[in-house]
Each structure stands twice: as structure tokens, then as C-alpha cells.
Design a binder for this molecule. Structure first.
Ligand code: HEM
Length: 477
């Protein structure tokens, strides 16, 4: 085995060696292991450039990438679609759901689920985003002029939105304020990140002796029971309401099948496969969207002029009536809002790091990427490279004017990944994020807190802030 490892090491010719995976690495501000790793990655890219190799541990060679040419090669390929070993850590919860799986199962599930995110289906989701958006506004009005962590409100909204739109289930998250599911996800992700960077805890054999193990098992059991109940509830509703508004009084199809109905109607998926996909989409559909909207509002608080431009656009396209639903048609006419959301996802990509495992040797630009190596795509770091985005820390939506996009590499900006394994929910995410941000901006002037709040970024599989996303809201009358 050691001969194999040494030969793998010699073959990978690009970059220096450095160890990022060290349990004793802790961030002095937060005592959060994952925050320190995040900062260390940035330092490594600063020192070694946009591509380098690293030994995650004696058995795992990784190539860290923030270079659009290399990103293009791997992500657009139909061959390199296998996820890295790190994704196996999701398996106890998400099983063989779409994020994790590969090969024939992935092809089959992706084909079944792609129609669930067709534009015709997404059009009807505006109703959900409006209904739960109004509830969000009511909740936020009660917080006027207080310092609030906006994420705590948006995450409940995002749960309501995904359950109602894609599962046709009322989660009642905002009404009850119940954070049990959300907290269980958070604990799972904290442990996921700790195990991802730990040589021993990666393996269940060692992890089962850790102090976190019992709670971890309880959380997984709770999360999966939660999903099973959703599936059961939907099954019962479908039985008791066979005709459920599928057709209007003229016999025309009224509401199209949504994600969960497509799964339940598929005769080629087992109950376990259905449960795993519901777990996957519930996770993918709420946490990423909540991260994007919350970071977006936090950033907009620092930019009143940008808020004014968004408001002007909303009023010219939707009108001044704040209760008017924002539809997909409206969004298609709101170019400035589109640029703002793109810029939010540049600075705060909800999935900051993704990985593949090579199943064959690759020769590219004079370097060999050996079979078995992990390719780590550091989306967050790539989006802040000054060679790709001048003055990268500056929030400037006009980077996404067509003439500016034309000057950039087409794989410089990849918040939803790209190629065959890109994000299946990207249109859903963009519609939800735009609608919600527009809705908040038309009701409130978003203000920074005093003294200014500086976020401590975490890569918890989804981009998070360790110290919340604080801001203040003033009602627009
Ligand atoms: C702003 C929000 C979102 C961002 C930034 C985002 C980003 C991404 C990225 C980068 C990937 C590639 C992951 C990888 O290669 O490991 C991905 C995959 C995926 N996303 Fe999203 N996502 C978002 C929202 C959503 C939503 C709303 C859903 C579901 C409703 C979703 C479901 C998925 C699924 C199932 C995959 C796996 C697709 C496959 O491998 O075939 N995502 N997403």
C-alpha cells in the first residue's frame, strides 16, 4: 500500500505540499475548527497560487483549485462526475440522494427529478414565496429598530417555502418558530465539517467513541423521521383528495406535479430512495437559500444606494402596492435585481467548496492528476481572486453587466457549479432569493448595526456566519 501512496505522491507534479488537516488548528476568535480551516485555505492559495497539491492525511491526496481553466476541464466533463470520499459523511443522513450518488443511480434519479424544476412548475411557486414572504414581513415588522440576526428569521421562511412549494406540506415553521429540525441540521453539519478534516473521526470506527456520537445518531434519526412524516402526510392527502385541483372547471390542467408528487408517482424508486431524495432536497432547498438571502441583506445594509436602485426597479416593474405578488414575469424584467443577486452569490457562494474523485489519470497543462486524487474546487476563494474580479471585496452588481461578463472566463463564476452535476435547484434558488430580497427591500430600509458587525465566515458545508448576520430594519411608510 505504501508503494502505491508514494507513487501517487510522485506523480502529482503541481504545487507544494502542505497539511491543512490538523485537529489542533483552531481559530482564536471563534474556537471553531472549521473557521480556522477556511482561513488556512485562503492563506495557502495566497502562498501557492491557484492550483496546488496537498496531503489531507497520509492516504488522501487533494489538488486545490481556484483556476477557471482547470475548473472548466473537470466540471464540464461527463467522465469526472464521482464525488469525493468526503461526501460519504453525508450518507448516514442523505443516503444515496442526488448530492452523494454517482453512476447509474445518479443518472436515473437526475432524469426523474429534472422535470420537477421546469420553469412551468417554478411559475406556480411564486404563490408560496408570496404567501410565506408576507408572513416573514409581519414577523420582521415586530423587530423594527432592533439589532437582529436576520438568518434566524430567513431560515424559518426558507423551510416554509420549500415544504409548501415542492412538497405541498405546511411546515408552519414561521408560525410555531420551531427550530428543532433546523438545529438538528446545524449540529449534523458542524460534525460533518469536523469529521471532514479529521483523519480519525472520518471513520465511524473511531468516531463512535467520541462524545458527540450519541447526539449525532439521535439527530439523524430525528431528521429522517421528520421526512418520513412529510411523505406519509402527502400520501394521505393525495388519497383523500384525488382530484386535488389538477384540473380547472374547463378540464385544463391547473397545478402541475411538484417534486414530491413526481417521486411518489415514480414506479422505479423504492421507499428508501424516495426518503433519501426528500432529505436531500429539504436540506439543499432551505439552508443554501437562507444563507444567500441573509448574507445578501447583511451586505445590502451597507449599501443604501443599491437598495434605492432595487426599490426603484420594483416600483417600476411591480408597482407601489407592497402587497402585490412578485411573479416570475416581474423578475424577468428586473435586470438590476438579477445583478445584485449574482453579486451576492459571488461574495457569499452558499456552497463554498465542492469536490470530485478521479477515477482515471488526467494530464492537463503539463501536470498529472492521478487516479484516486481528490480535486477540491474552492468556489469561495476563486470568486474573490483579484485577477478574475478586480477589487474583489467591493460589492458591485455592475460586474454582471453583459459587457463585463463578456470580458471574463466563463468558468470564473460558478456559484451553482457547472456541467452535468450542476445544481438542479438553481432556478428555484434564484427565484426564491430574488423574490424575498425584493419583498424585504420594498418594506424596509435595511441598516447596519452600530458598531459595525464583522462576520466570521464558516464553511459548514453551507456558508455560514459564526457570529450571526446582524442588521436593523426601518419600515418604509
Ligand atoms: C443559492 C442557493 C444554492 C446554491 C448556491 C447551490 C449550489 C450548488 C452547488 C455548487 C452544487 C454542486 C455540488 C457538488 O458538486 O458537490 C449543487 C448541487 C445540488 N443542489 Fe444546489 N444550490 C443552491 C440551492 C439549491 C436548491 C434550492 C436545491 C433544491 C431545491 C438544491 C439541490 C441541489 C442538488 C440535489 C444538487 C446535486 C445535483 C447533482 O449532483 O445532480 N440546491 N448546488
Amino acid at each position: 500500500m505504501w508503494r502505491g501512496i508514494t507513487s501517487l505522491y510522485k506523480q502529482c507534479s503541481n504545487g507544494p505540499d502542505a497539511i491543512v488537516s490538523n485537529q489542533s488548528t483552531r481559530d482564536s476568535h471563534t474556537e471553531r475548527f472549521d473557521s480556522a480551516v477556511f482561513n488556512n485555505c485562503q492563506r495557502l492559495f495566497d502562498s501557492y497560487g491557484s492550483v496546488f497539491r496537498i496531503w489531507q492525511d497520509p492516504l488522501h491526496l487533494s489538488v486545490f483549485v481556484a483556476d477557471p481553466d482547470i475548473v472548466e476541464y473537470f466540471l464540464s466533463s461527463n467522465t469526472h462526475i464521482k464525488k469525493s470520499e468526503g461526501y460519504d459523511l453525508f450518507q448516514p443522513w442523505l443516503g444515496q440522494g442526488l448530492i452523494n450518488n454517482a453512476g447509474d443511480i445518479w443518472r436515473k434519479h437526475r432524469k426523474i427529478l429534472t422535470p420537477a424544476f421546469h420553469m412551468k412548475i417554478l411559475e406556480q411557486f411564486s404563490e408560496s414565496f408570496h404567501k410565506f414572504g408576507q408572513l416573514l414581513i409581519e414577523k420582521l415588522k415586530k423587530q423594527e429598530n432592533k439589532d437582529i440576526d436576520i438568518y434566524k428569521f430567513i431560515i424559518l421562511y426558507a423551510m416554509d417555502a420549500i415544504c409548501d412549494s415542492s412538497m405541498r406540506i405546511d411546515a408552519n415553521a414561521q408560525i410555531t418558530g420551531d427550530m428543532t429540525y433546523i438545529n438538528a441540521v446545524k449540529r449534523f453539519l458542524d460534525i460533518y465539517e469536523m469529521r471532514f478534516f479529521s483523519f480519525f473521526n472520518r471513520y465511524e470506527l473511531f468516531f463512535r467513541f467520541s462524545s458527540e456520537y450519541k447526539q449525532y445518531k439521535r439527530d439523524i434519526s430525528f431528521l429522517q423521521t421528520f421526512t418520513k412524516k412529510i411523505i406519509e402526510q402527502r400520501k394521505q392527502e393525495r388519497c383523500s383528495n384525488q382530484t386535488e385541483e389538477e384540473f380547472d372547471e374547463f378540464g385544463r390542467r391547473k397545478r402541475r406535479k411538484v417534486f414530491l408528487d413526481i417521486l411518489l408517482d415514480s414506479d422505479s424508486m423504492s421507499d428508501t430512495e424516495i426518503r433519501e431524495e426528500v432529505d436531500t432536497f429539504l436540506f439543499g432547498g432551505h439552508d443554501t437559500v437562507a444563507s444567500t438571502i441573509s448574507f445578501g441583506l447583511y451586505e445590502l445594509a451597507k449599501h443604501p444606494k443599491i437598495q434605492t436602485k432595487i426599490l426603484e426597479e420594483i416600483e417600476s416593474v411591480v408597482g407601489v402596492d407592497k402587497t402585490e405578488a412578485i411573479t416570475i414575469q416581474h423578475l424577468s424584467e428586473m435586470d438590476y435585481l438579477d445583478r445584485v443577486v449574482k453579486e451576492i452569490l459571488r461574495l457569499y457562494p452558499a456552497a463554498p467548496l465542492i469536490e470530485r474523485e478521479l477515477e482515471e489519470d488526467v494530464f492537463l497543462n503539463g501536470s498529472k492528476y492521478p487516479k484516486g486524487a481528490t480535486i477540491s474546487f474552492h468556489i469561495f476563494i476563486q470568486h474573490r481572486r483579484k485577477e478574475l474580479f478586480p477589487e474583489p471585496e467591493l460589492f458591485d452588481p455592475d460586474r454582471f453587466l453583459p459587457e463585463n461578463i463578456a470580458t471574463r472566463h466563463k468558468f470564473a463564476y460558478i456559484p451553482f457549479s457547472a456541467g452535468p452535476r450542476n445544481c438542479i435547484g438553481q432556478k428555484y434558488a434564484l427565484i426564491n432569493c430574488k423574490t424575498t430580497i425584493a419583498n424585504v427591500i420594498r418594506h424596509f430600509l435595511v441598516l447596519p448595526v452600530v458598531p459595525q458587525h464583522e462576520v466570521i465566515l464558516l464553511n459548514d458545508a453551507v456558508l455560514k456566519s459564526a457570529n450571526g448576520l446582524l442588521l436593523k430594519l426601518a419600515c418604509r411608510h
